[in-house]
Design a protein around this ligand. Sequence first.
Ligand code: IPE
Ligand code: IPE
Ligand code: MG
Length: 239
Amino acid sequence: MTLPKHIAIIMDGNGRWAQRRGLPRVAGHREGLRVAKEIVAETARLGIPVLTLFAFSTENWRRPPEEVGFLMELLEEAVAQELAELARHNVVLRAIGRLGELSPRAQSALARAMETTAHNTGLILNLAINYGGRAEIVDAVRAVAQRVQQGELTPEMVNEEVFSSFLTTAGLPDPDLIIRSGGELRLSNFLLWQGAYAEFYSTPVLWPDFRPCDLHAAIEAYQQRERRFGSVSVKGREE
Ligand code: IPE
Ligand code: IPE
Ligand code: MG
């Protein structure tokens, strides 16, 4: 059975998990981080080449400032403290999103972690932080327009492949499987371009309750799907 080359996860449901226990929402985020680490280790163990985790969206700034502040600190702390663990699992850290809008401390923690892990050869862990699919496409359009203005590119040269190279995911395969925990059936602005043909899997399991067995269930469901990419079924072709 073929494994997905790139799994992307919308880690949703932290707030509800906490609220159901009478805890503040941020307690759910802390637990969510613990789960994220466990899933990173399991993805690496399975030999999946790329894992993208949606950690913070361009829309998540709309949350109460205390929650945003907590999430930013948690992220910064996690990136700095998990460096040794990432190295132990031979993980290459990458990040996508408008990183320039993060705090200088978060930016430098990320830069340091990316630099330190750049020569590892295992799982590429791609963190989507202050990421929005529309923002990413707008940024890419601006970059393309600039190249055209400078005479380095003509409009005719812009095709899907060229455009993809202007996205922050340049060089990574498109996600084969997008998993969403927390039960919602929407993309919430995640990997809009790259997810064009991704298989979507939603589970009601809240992110802090998500376990390796839930990852296995998603991969098994993926393996049952027939990906046609607009063509006809292999079976249909034989008839
Ligand atoms: C996802 O959990 C984590 C982030 C968006 C950072 P939520 O905080 O959205 O949890 P729910 O959806 O409110 O339960
Ligand atoms: C998506 O979850 C973003 C992340 C998991 C980081 P949200 O909780 O922000 O999405 P909506 O608001 O339910 O669409
Ligand atoms: Mg949510």
